[in-house]
Write a protein that binds this ligand. Structure first.
Ligand SMILES: C[S@@+](CC[C@H](N)C(=O)[O-])C[C@H]1O[C@@H](n2cnc3c(N)ncnc32)[C@H](O)[C@@H]1O
Length: 250
């Protein structure tokens, strides 16, 4: 498994956009339970956790990284239905059969997915569901296309890797969850330009692949965008994900 260390990215991570409300709603209502108990795995700074709370969930947020978790704890301090735990997707430390829903907000690709799915199945109730989601910038938007072009020029082998891969075969191959439903919900996110640039400084995939070039690539992205936009940027996103019920529960 790749080691994904978010420590340096934690301070700017909260600038990332929320997930499409409709996507969160679909996940929360999939199992037909009101106020589901959720294990949010790789909860980070609490982005998905906060969305889940808005739909009435009580959430045990599991996060291995101290820097990410402590920001998440601060952001959810006024939410009595959120409890934070130190753990990983492969070994959550959570009780067996206790959750209606296990979620992975942009974190499934950081895990050993075979072990993560086995652990999700262990902690779910009969009739429980798993869901993994990501926010994808719509790369056919003209401004986003020019950013992509810049990245490809500076980091020629750049790839989004499993962040943009089809997870249905992975989930089905586990034999633990079926059938798999795809989620795709588009939204537009308006963002202060400064926050958008800060979000790039928390882009783990670019950081890993750009290596020593990371700061200069982000500086170039900043210069490009500032040459076209004044203070607020409109970014088209799609929340993309997959969800499935635990097998044996059908
Ligand atoms: C891209 S962030 C997503 C955070 C948050 N869920 C969100 O939606 O914004 C991925 C998170 O997964 C965590 N992570 C890395 N490896 C993990 C593992 N093996 N199990 C669980 N979480 C992991 C990272 O520390 C990081 O906080």
């Amino acid at each position: 498994m790749t080691t994904w260390d978010y420590t340096q990215l934690a301070p700017t991570y909260s600038h990332r956009p929320p997930y499409a409300a409709r996507a969160v709603e679909r996940i929360v209502t999939a199992g037909g339970r009101s106020q589901p108990r959720v294990a949010d795995i790789g909860a980070g700074t609490g982005h998905l956790t906060l969305g889940l709370v808005q739909y009435g969930c009580s959430v045990d947020a599991v996060e291995p990284n101290d820097a990410m978790r402590s920001i998440g704890q601060e952001r959810t301090a006024d939410q009595p239905s959120v409890h934070w735990r130190t753990g990983t997707a492969e070994s959550t430390g959570l009780p067996q059969g206790a959750y209606d829903l296990v979620t992975f907000g942009s974190s499934f690709n950081t895990t050993d997915t075979t072990r993560a799915l086995a652990e999700a199945s262990r902690i779910l109730t009969d009739g429980g569901w798993m869901a993994c989601i990501w926010n994808h910038r719509q790369l056919d938007d003209p401004l986003q296309m020019s950013i992509e072009q810049l990245i490809q020029e500076r980091v020629p082998d750049y790839s989004y890797g499993s962040r943009r891969a089809d997870q249905a075969p992975v989930i089905e191959a586990s034999g633990l969850f079926s059938p798999v439903t795809k989620i795709e919900e588009a939204f537009v996110h308006d963002m202060p330009l400064d926050d958008w640039i800060a979000a790039w400084r928390s882009h783990a995939t670019l950081q890993r692949q750009a290596g020593a070039l990371f700061d200069s690539v982000v500086n170039d992205i900043e210069a490009l965008v500032r040459s076209k936009i004044d203070d607020t940027i409109r970014i088209p996103y799609t929340t993309v994900g997959w969800m499935a019920p635990r097998r044996g529960a059908l």
